[in-house]
Design a protein around this ligand. Structure first.
Ligand SMILES: O=C(O)CCC(=O)C(=O)O
Length: 350
């Protein structure tokens, strides 16, 4: 056997060992550590997703079944089990779903007004000095301004969104297991040169897949401001969420890297690259195992809220609890009470 082949087999075995360790860690301490998570990711890329299918079936046995879906009221209207099931089927087929109803304008405007006065983290350079400043649409200096999670939770209008049962119900229907809120995000994207930073794409403006909430998750994006093709629509590659696609094998083997627009269009066809523009209040459910990006704004800006549900909370959760804010609304507390497993990372305020 060639030395290079032996090395390849040994490093594959090391990744497989790390991935098995992640399950042990999850069972003992409620989450896998960063090294085991890295091993899962490495194996995922090298097996074109096969290892994640296996990890997911193991996890599914360890997770409780989701509670049966009952009819519920949402900011997006009334939902019954058949409607939720149809949404989950559409995500299974395409990798995403755009809700036909929207979060009311008044809620979006209230979030945007609050977000304007909150100091946000300027840029996402992991090596740079963290700098905090309120977003100034007239004078943006970075592509992205992230509002801290603790601050997002304090915004009463955002609490109305977090309290909406549509997210836990749709994620459970899609994931087929009890799901939990992993994190809540809120960020501004601004027009800086109309192009991604190709060397350091921390703003997620080039195509990529996610893996941080492994092994399965569903993200919900809520446009808090109007999003047109000019100011940064979320862009998704239809059908790219399915694991073990032969046409993806070579790209996946490169690891956790960014992929150019022409290459994605070459592999999936231009018709499958979908820019999801929409007025404020538009809600998207997206399986970001598939390739996606925020299209770099050419002009203006976008404020985006994101709720990420995972099944289970596998990494960076048990060690990173965030108590609910002391101003938690009665609606938020009621939803927490109705779906306690979904708010495991968010204990009641002391
Ligand atoms: O900004 C966007 O629309 C993309 C966000 C993204 O890539 C992510 O949340 O993983």
């Amino acid at each position: 056997m060639q030395t290079s082949e032996l090395r390849r087999i040994l490093s594959l075995a090391k990744a497989a060992l790390g991935a098995s360790r992640s399950v042990g860690q999850y069972l003992v301490r409620g989450e896998a550590d960063a090294t085991s998570w890295r091993a899962c990711l490495d194996l995922h890329c090298r097996t074109n997703g096969r290892s994640t299918e296996i990890l997911n079936s193991v996890m599914q046995k360890l997770r409780p079944e989701p509670a049966p879906i009952r009819p519920f009221d949402s900011l997006l209207g009334n939902f019954h089990p058949e409607r939720v099931g149809a949404i989950a089927d559409q995500i299974r087929r395409d990798g995403y779903y755009v809700f036909e109803t929207r979060v009311p304008d008044a809620i979006c405007d209230e979030i945007a007004t609050a977000a304007r006065s909150i100091k946000a983290r300027v840029g996402r350079d992991p090596d740079g000095q963290p700098r905090m400043a309120a977003f100034d649409p007239e004078n943006p200096v970075e592509r992205v301004y992230d509002i801290l999670e603790t601050d997002s939770w304090q915004i009463p209008a955002y609490q109305r969104i977090i309290a909406d049962p549509v997210f836990v119900n749709v994620s459970q229907a899609y994931l087929g297991a009890a799901s939990a809120l992993k994190q809540v995000n809120l960020w501004w994207s601004s027009a800086i040169g109309g192009a991604p930073d190709k060397d350091h794409d921390h703003a997620a403006q080039m195509f990529h897949f996610d893996y941080d909430p492994a092994p399965r998750w569903l993200k919900f994006f809520v446009y808090v401001t109007d999003v047109t093709e000019e100011n940064g629509p979320h862009t998704y590659v239809r059908g790219s969420h399915r694991l073990r696609q032969e046409k993806l094998r070579e790209i996946m083997a490169r690891g956790y890297v960014r992929i150019s627009d022409p290459e994605i269009a070459g592999v999936f066809g231009r018709d499958n690259v979908v820019e999801l523009a929409g007025p404020k209040g538009t809600v998207l459910a997206v399986d970001t195992m598939g390739f996606h990006k925020g299209k770099p704004p050419i002009s203006g800006y976008r404020l985006l809220a994101q709720l990420e549900y995972a099944s289970p909370l596998f990494v960076q959760s048990a060690s990173n609890p965030l108590p609910m804010p002391s101003n938690a609304s009665p609606e938020l507390l009621a939803t927490r009470n109705a779906y306690p497993w979904a708010f495991k990372r968010f204990p009641l305020p002391a």
